[in-house]
Design a protein around this ligand. Structure first.
Ligand code: NAD
Length: 256
């Protein structure tokens, strides 16, 4: 379905970003990966789908590096047809204890980077009259949790950015939507499981149950594979007039 298209997925060396990159590659899209850590593993996995894969290590907190990555992708593949703004970090602390440097980093990586990538991707998408911008927000773009001020502010912000991007391009073939996962067992959440296990003095498995029990009625983690298939739907012809939605995949979290 996506043969000949190019998808750039930020923060795709692990977790949800890698899951989405794999789902898009399975549909035939060439992929530009981004993120830190192991690059060879994810590159090999994507190449296994028989598509072209490139990597750019831009730090998404640095606008000049984002510009360099977008230019690199355009040079390698002609243009970016699908942009997935996914890179994100978390920091958990009460507001009065929240380190200012962590606030700035969360806002820069989880919100401002999406503005930069979007503004740089739009001109060629509009010229082609086809494009998909998918912002990985969170249930925390819809509701809040204590001790996650920067994250919740960034995720509510990216839901707003999604709506504005959708509206400004509503008469074109460029759509923009957000995905709002509940708990997904990635390294980002494993850190919170570890903290919970340490704080309560319980095993890892018990800590997972406590975490799910607090918020997610299904008592199941959403998977990167499931989120990848939602991204594929947004890219399909059936998604042509889906614009500005914030689609939760959260085991009932926000239904409560
Ligand atoms: P993860 O830690 O597994 O992956 C994060 C990715 O972002 C990695 O590839 C990492 O290298 C990259 N990254 C981090 N800082 C970066 C930077 N400065 N520049 C470039 N890349 C950077 O986390 P994840 O859980 O897969 O999270 C992906 C997205 O999904 C985030 O936006 C997160 O907020 C969101 N999300 C996660 C959950 C969850 O439960 N895991 C739930 C809702 C939303």
């Amino acid at each position: 379905m996506l043969k000949g298209k190019t998808a750039l997925v930020t923060g795709s060396t692990s977790g949800i970003g890698l899951g989405i990159a794999k789902a898009l590659a399975r549909q035939g899209a060439n992929i530009v990966l981004n993120g830190f850590g192991d690059v060879a593993g994810p590159t090999g996995e994507i190449a296994g789908f028989g598509v072209k894969v490139r990597y750019h290590g831009a730090d998404m907190s640095k606008p000049a590096e984002i510009e360099a990555m977008m230019a690199y992708a355009a040079t390698e593949f002609g243009q970016i047809d699908i942009l997935v703004n996914n890179a994100g970090i978390q920091h958990v602390a009460r507001i009065e204890d929240f380190p200012v440097e962590r606030w700035d980093a969360v806002i820069a990586i989880n919100l401002t980077s999406a503005f930069h990538a979007t503004r740089l991707a739009l001109p060629s998408m509009r010229k082609a009259n086809w494009g998909r911008i998918i912002n990985v927000a969170s249930v925390h773009g819809l509701v809040a949790s204590a001790e996650k001020s920067a994250y919740v502010a960034a995720k509510h912000g990216i839901v707003g950015l999604t709506k504005v991007t959708a509206l400004e391009n509503a008469t074109t073939g460029v759509t923009c939507n957000a995905i709002c996962p509940g708990w997904v067992l990635t390294p980002l959440v494993q850190k919170q499981v570890d903290a919970k296990a340490a704080a309560l003095g319980v095993s890892n498995e018990e800590a997972k149950k406590v975490l799910l029990g607090e918020k997610e009625p299904s008592m199941q983690f959403t998977t990167p594979e499931e989120l990848g298939e939602l991204a594929v739907f947004f890219c399909s012809p059936a998604g042509n007039n889906v614009r500005g939605v914030a689609w939760n995949m959260d085991g009932g979290w926000t239904a409560q």
